[in-house]
Design a protein around this ligand. Structure first.
Ligand SMILES: Nc1nc2c(ncn2[C@@H]2O[C@H](COP(=O)(O)OP(=O)(O)O)[C@@H](O)[C@H]2O)c(=O)[nH]1
Ligand SMILES: [Mg+2]
Length: 331
C-alpha cells in the first residue's frame, strides 16, 4: 500500500486522480481509507472535492459463495467491457484476508489479464477486521475511482454474513452468482441474499454442467416469482453464464443496461442513491460514536470487567450495556 505522509498536498492528489494517474488513485484510496487522525482533515477534503467530480458510473455488486467464480467472472466481464470502451474499476475483497488476515494475492493473480489492461483499475481491499469481509471504506474508494473516470465499478464480495447487505447498500445493481447444485439450486444461499438480487446468474454453465445449469435456471425463475420485487416493475432475470466458455455476457450486460434505463426513468435509481447517502451518513456517525465510546476513559476502565461478567453469564448483556452507557453519558 502506498505510504501517506502526514502532510498531504490534496490539490496535487486531486489533479493526479482526475488525470487518471494510477499512483495518485492508489494513494487517494489509501488516504480515504486511513483511520489515522493526522489524515482525517485531508481525507475529508479530498472526498468532498472528488465527490462532485465523479462520472455517473454504473455501480455493480457481485456476490456468491466462495468458489462460485466471482473473480474469474469479473476478469472476463471486465475485459469485455473495456473492449467496448468502458473504464472498469474493480474493488475486490479477498476472502482469505477476512478469515485469516492473510494476503491479498489470491484475487490479484487471478485477474491477471484485467490488471494489465490500461482501462482497468483493480484494488483488492484488505478486509480484515471488518464486517463479513467488506472493506469498511469501499464507499470512499468508489468516490475516488469515479472521479478518475471509471464508469463501471465492480464490487466483489464474499458470499458470507452481512457483507451482501452492506454491498447492496452501495451499488445500483446487485448480481448474485450461483451454481447449479446437485438437486438443490438454492443451496448455500440465504433467502435474504436472494431478495437483494437484481439479477441471478447460474455460473459455470459449460461442459457437463450446461444442462444442469439450464434446469437450475428454470427452477430458480419459478422460485423467484414468489419473492417481492426489490425494484418496482423489475422482474429479476435468471441467466446462465460461463467465463470458461465465454458465454452469457452480452445478455447479462443488456440486462444491466435495461435495469439502468428502467430505474433512471422511473426515478428509482435516484431514490436508491439518496437513501444510500443517508445510510452512509448514519454508518459514519455510528462508527465514530462507537469509536469514541470504546476509548472513553470512563468506559474503558469498566469495559473488560463488564465483558467478562457478561461472558460468564453473571450479568445480563442489556444491564452491562446500560451501565456502560451511563458511565459514558455521565447519568
Ligand atoms: N468450469 C468453469 N470453472 C470456472 C468458471 N469460472 C471460474 N471457474 C473455476 O472456479 C474456481 C473458483 O473461481 P474464482 O473466480 O476464484 O471464484 P470466487 O471465489 O468466487 O472468486 C476456479 O478454479 C476457477 O477456475 C467457469 O465459467 N467455468
Ligand atoms: Mg474471488
Amino acid at each position: 500500500m502506498a505510504k501517506i505522509p502526514p502532510s498531504v498536498d490534496v490539490a496535487q492528489l486531486i489533479a493526479g486522480v482526475t488525470a487518471g494517474d494510477r499512483a495518485s488513485i492508489g494513494r487517494a484510496i489509501t488516504l480515504v481509507e486511513s483511520d489515522a487522525a493526522t489524515h482525517r482533515q485531508a481525507a475529508e477534503q479530498l472526498l468532498a472535492e472528488l465527490t462532485v467530480l465523479g462520472v455517473d458510473a454504473q455501480r455493480i455488486g457481485v456476490t456468491g459463495v466462495p468458489g462460485v467464480g466471482k473473480s474469474t467472472f469479473i476478469e472476463f466481464f471486465g475485459k469485455q467491457l473495456t473492449g467496448r470502451g468502458h473504464k472498469v474499476a474493480v474493488l475486490a475483497i479477498d476472502p482469505s484476508s477476512a478469515i485469516s488476515g492473510g494476503s491479498i494475492l489470491g484475487d490479484k493473480t487471478r485477474m491477471v489479464e484485467l490488471s494489465r489492461d490500461a482501462s482497468a483499475f483493480i484494488r483488492p481491499s484488505p478486509s480484515a477486521g471488518s464486517l463479513g469481509g467488506v472493506a469498511r471504506k469501499t464507499r470512499e474508494a468508489i468516490v475516488v475511482v469515479e472521479a478518475a473516470g471509471y464508469d463501471v465499478v465492480l464490487v466483489e464480495t464474499v458470499g458470507v454474513g452481512q457483507s451482501e447487505t452492506m454491498v447492496a447498500e452501495m451499488v445500483d445493481f446487485f448480481l448474485l452468482l450461483m451454481l447449479a447444485g446437485a438437486g438443490d439450486s438454492l443451496q448455500g444461499i440465504k433467502r435474504g441474499v436472494l431478495e437483494l438480487a437484481d439479477l441471478v446468474a447460474i455460473n459455470k454453465a459449460d461442459g457437463d454442467n450446461l444442462e444442469r445449469a439450464s434446469r437450475a435456471r428454470v427452477e430458480l425463475e419459478s422460485a423467484l416469482r414468489y419473492l417481492p420485487p426489490v425494484v418496482e416493475g423489475w422482474k429479476v432475470p435468471v441467466l446462465t453464464c460461463s467465463a470458461l466458455a465465454e458465454q452469457g455476457f452480452d445478455e447479462l450486460w443488456q440486462c444491466i443496461e435495461q435495469h439502468r434505463v428502467h430505474t433512471v426513468t422511473s426515478g428509482q435509481r435516484a431514490v436508491r442513491r439518496s437513501s444510500q447517502q443517508i445510510n452512509w451518513m448514519w454508518r459514519t456517525v455510528e462508527q465514530a460514536l462507537t469509536e469514541r465510546f470504546r476509548h472513553d476513559p470512563r468506559v474503558a476502565t469498566q469495559l473488560s470487567l463488564l465483558e467478562q461478567t457478561v461472558r460468564d453469564g453473571e450479568l445480563p448483556a442489556t444491564v452491562a450495556a446500560r451501565r456502560l452507557l451511563a458511565a459514558f453519558l455521565g447519568d
